[in-house]
Design a protein around this ligand. Structure first.
Ligand code: AMP
Length: 198
């Protein structure tokens, strides 16, 4: 299965993507994790990414796209869960091209839906232990704004393609995992991919 897990910062994408990758198989590809590993190792990519990440801004598309292309073309990415990518309309277009070239079309886009104040509360709590430079209240609020402006419009794009399943992301981790499992079992919405006109 090839899927994208979407949702604003703090929606629980990382936790759910990891569990799902274990359950259904496939590579868990988190652009945030790859950037953080590069920052830690002080690679050139990490040095470029770090200043954007620390400010809660998106890393430029050309940097991010090249990194994802490399990752997606590996053998273990026949099935995958993309976590944190795509985040801009331009990234969607690039991803479309990459997947067409690889002959690995998307099956579904899952979006976790969580109240804004709950997101801020979760991220502030995570800040106590994460050690992430972008988990300060100011940067947390900025990241929500960037998500609303740059990434939320992608829900409409995938909705129009009939690929989107929205999942209630409030509640505990296991409960959300169960909702994700049932969303993956549900048939596509009427008029979605696969529904052939008579
Ligand atoms: P995340 O762990 O998904 O919250 O990502 C942490 C940070 O990594 C983001 O705030 C961005 O600075 C950067 N990042 C992750 N994914 C992307 C992406 N698809 N496009 C641009 N920047 C990204």
């Amino acid at each position: 299965m090839r899927l994208i897990l979407m949702g604003p910062p703090g929606a629980g994408k990382g936790t759910q993507a990891e569990a799902l990758a274990e359950k259904i198989g496939g590579a868990h590809i988190s652009t945030g994790d790859i950037f953080r590993a590069n920052v830690k190792d002080q690679t050139e990519l990490g040095q470029t990414a770090q200043r954007y990440m620390d400010a809660g801004e998106y890393v430029p598309d050309e940097v991010t796209n090249a990194m994802v292309k490399d990752r997606l073309s590996r053998d273990d990415a026949e099935s995958f869960i993309l976590d944190g990518y795509p985040r801009t309309v331009a990234q969607v277009e690039t991803l479309d091209d990459m997947l067409a070239d690889l002959g690995r079309p998307l099956d579904v886009v899952l979006a976790l839906v969580v109240d804004q104040e709950e997101l801020i509360a979760r991220l502030l709590k995570r800040a106590e232990t994460s050690g992430r430079a972008d988990d300060t209240e100011e940067v947390i609020r900025h990241r929500q704004k960037v998500y609303a402006a740059e990434t939320a419009p992608l829900l409409e794009v995938y909705g129009e393609r009939g690929l989107l399943r929205e999942v209630d992301g409030m509640g505990d981790v296991d409960e959300i995992a169960r909702r994700i499992a049932s969303a993956l079992e549900s048939p596509p919405a009427p008029g979605a991919l696969g529904a052939v006109e008579a």
